[in-house]
Design a protein around this ligand. Structure first.
Ligand code: SF4
Length: 319
């Protein structure tokens, strides 16, 4: 074992293009329309981001009914069902849709396959906002499964016309186990035309796998309701980390975790600003973990322009 104390810092980590766009959308809307700007659900699943935007005048609500008529409302990066758009129209709200384009892609796939008469098996977590939104696009055609154990209960109209889609933030390995189980039940199972699990989720999982095998402890920075952050903890443990924990910020690190530890892996979920990772590194440093090695497993160049409701109004395609 290497006697030197060190930190292996995963790269890529932290904010993805969809989260950057969603946060910039709220900031731009505040600038253009002035506060208050209503946001349906947490714009991204990160406590620090939510508190920062609240301080600037964003008001987070659970349902569209809570938004006063004629106000501006932003839909979060996780996407919404068509019924939510209809409700916003009834309330005469000005809608700015910050749904990540990679979630919109899954919605469009669901609409297309439903129109073509397919039964769609959506792999995802029941109750997650993204899943609720995708289900709403074609409720009569979609069955949700949350893992291989659910596959036996799936009922379809025509076993030769079944396609699977997935939530964007799942564990790649766990999802493929479910797909294998589906393919055994439905040999003509069709796959989505391109990966539904997004590039950011896949890159962060590959990055944590690279550091986990050498780590006594992996610290994942992310909020408890962040699906992709929770998956990083699971992936770290299955890739060989002796211990792994999810923390919202440095204050949540329990110093007993550091006992006997020489190598700590650090990463962060796709909704986490880098300032929170800096805080974790700052907390570890006085415990002898000042030696930081970045382990780069992929480069990311993805970028999404602001929603057209904002670019139309401000006359540019900027971010
Ligand atoms: Fe979009 Fe993926 Fe980021 Fe979700 S995690 S906002 S799907 S890029």
């Amino acid at each position: 074992m290497n006697p030197r104390k060190r930190v292996l810092l995963a790269a890529p980590r932290g904010c993805c293009a969809g989260v950057d766009r969603a946060i910039a959308t709220v900031e731009k809307a505040l600038e253009v329309h002035g506060p208050p700007i209503y946001v349906r659900h947490e714009i991204v699943h990160n406590t620090h981001v939510i508190q920062t935007l609240e301080a600037k005048g964003a008001v987070f609500v659970e349902e569209t009914e809570q938004v006063p008529e004629n106000s501006v409302v932003i839909f979060s990066a996780h996407g919404v069902a068509p019924q939510v758009h209809a409700e916003a129209t009834r309330r005469r709200l000005t809608v700015i849709d910050a749904t990540c384009p990679l979630v919109t892609k899954v919605h469009k796939e669901a609409i297309r396959f439903a129109r073509e008469g397919y039964d769609i098996v959506l792999i995802g977590h029941e109750g997650h906002e993204e899943v609720v939104g995708t289900l709403g696009e074609a409720p009569d055609h979609i069955t949700l499964v949350d893992g291989p154990a659910d596959v036996a209960n799936v009922e379809v109209r025509d076993a030769s016309k079944v396609v699977w889609l997935s939530q964007t933030t799942l564990s790649v390995d766990e999802t493929m186990k479910t797909v294998d189980a589906l393919a055994r039940r439905f040999p003509q199972l069709l796959s989505p035309p391109s990966d539904d699990i997004c590039y950011a989720t896949q890159n962060r999982q590959e990055a944590v796998q690279r550091i986990a095998a050498e780590a006594d402890l992996v610290i994942v920075v992310g909020s408890k309701n962040s699906s992709n952050s929770l998956r990083l903890v699971e992936v770290a443990l299955s890739a060989g980390a002796h211990d792994a924990h999810l923390v919202d910020c440095a204050d949540e690190i329990d110093e007993t975790w550091l006992q006997g530890v020489r190598t700590i892996g650090v990463t962060s979920g796709a909704s986490v600003p880098e300032i929170l990772v800096d805080g974790v590194l700052g907390r570890l440093s006085p415990h002898g973990f000042a030696d930081i090695e970045i382990i780069q497993s992929a480069q990311e160049h993805q970028h999404f322009a602001l929603p057209r409701e904002l670019t139309r109004r401000t006359g540019g395609s900027h971010e």
